[in-house]
Design a protein around this ligand. Structure first.
Ligand SMILES: O=P(O)(O)OC[C@H]1O[C@](O)(COP(=O)(O)O)[C@@H](O)[C@@H]1O
Ligand SMILES: [Mn+2]
Length: 324
């Protein structure tokens, strides 16, 4: 039995960047073209082709949806070129996190991927997830989904040694978040309302330059698992709780083997053991610059790849001097 880290070593950490680069470059042709589906399809196809070049026995556990609704990178799809040999790897992916952002040429669209040893990523169904996240350096339990928004802000402010109104929260701009926004406004907090892209929103809490102290609100469960994998590598705290809108979604979760539908998942419940997170910017954002087509035919990308076991965070700038 090889160790978890050995399993991931054999897939070569840096190879993950090639995969997210390929998806980001493909999506970038659709920046500002108003066509969400075309942007997404381009990213999916490119990510799938790049994954299939890697010598691994990969299984998509978080992907574009269930087999009948997603022709490519569906949950359960096998990827890799080792014909079943090679390390058994589970993959969570979002080839284009921010399809609407890309279509509108907005900020923070990413191509995203996380890998872990088999069984280590939460097989979250494609439902919503309530999320709370803060960056590294605070005592364990500083924030929790069990507490009110106001109590979480007060607790974080105390840990940071600032007043509650000095806390800045990142929240997806959705009507469902009106109560959260009202609670934050009552405390006088700053709110960074983002149109889409809560993977970047959660990661923003780990980077002091963004000014964001806490991420709050409900977004996609798949994006929750991806964000948890990223925070496992870079440090920070996160919790998630699945949100079901109807019986069909509850039944879907049960099919996934989720028994306790109200459970609060810790970061480690969502991404256990060693894991690797990689992302490439599609459009410019707080985490990464987007794909740039330079004069003269060169294309540049900016990516990040991080690993939980080593705690390394690498930034990779790539220039493609030949047409891509
Ligand atoms: O738009 P909704 O339904 O509120 O869902 C929120 C989710 O959609 C996104 O904003 C964008 O995700 P996609 O571009 O992958 O569809 C996520 O970041 C977020 O988790
Ligand atoms: Mn997404």
């Amino acid at each position: 039995m090889v160790s978890a880290s050995h399993v991931l070593d054999r897939v070569l950490v840096l190879e993950m960047v090639r995969v997210t680069e390929a998806a980001a470059i493909a999506a970038s042709s659709w920046i500002g073209r108003g066509d969400n589906d075309a942007a997404d399809a381009a990213a999916v196809e490119a990510m799938r082709a790049a994954l299939n070049e890697l010598p691994m026995a990969g299984t998509v556990v978080i992907g574009e949806g269930e087999r009948d609704e997603a022709p490519m990178l569906y949950i359960g799809e096998k990827v890799g070129c080792s014909n079943g040999d090679g390390p058994a790897i589970d993959i969570a992916l979002d080839p284009l996190e921010g399809t609407t952002i890309t279509a509108n040429a907005g900020p923070n669209a990413l191509a995203v991927l996380a890998i872990a040893e088999k069984g280590c990523l939460l097989n979250a169904p494609d439902v919503y997830m309530e999320k709370i996240a803060i960056g590294p350096g605070y005592p364990e339990g500083t924030v929790s989904l069990d507490k009110s928004v106001a109590d979480n802000v007060r607790s974080l402010a105390a840990a940071k040694n600032v007043k509650p109104h000095e806390i800045i929260a990142c929240v997806l701009d959705r009507p469902r978040h009106d109560p959260i926004v009202a609670e934050l406004r009552a405390l006088g907090c700053g709110i960074k309302l983002i149109p889409d892209g809560d993977v970047a929103g959660v990661i923003a809490t780990t980077d002091q330059d963004t000014g964001v102290d806490i991420y709050l609100g409900t977004g996609g469960a798949p994006e929750g698992v991806l964000a948890a994998a990223a925070l496992r590598c870079v440090g920070g705290q996160m919790q998630g709780r699945l949100v079901f809108r109807n019986d069909d979604e509850r039944a879907r979760a049960e099919r996934w083997g989720i028994e306790d539908l109200d459970r609060i998942y810790s970061m480690e419940d969502m991404a256990k053991g060693d894991c690797i997170f990689a992302a490439t910017g599609v459009t410019d954002g707080s985490l990464l610059k987007g794909v740039k087509r330079q004069r003269g035919g060169t294309t540049t990308t900016e990516s990040i790849v991080m690993r939980a076991s080593s705690g390394t965070v690498r930034r990779v700038s790539t220039a493609y001097h030949k047409p891509v």
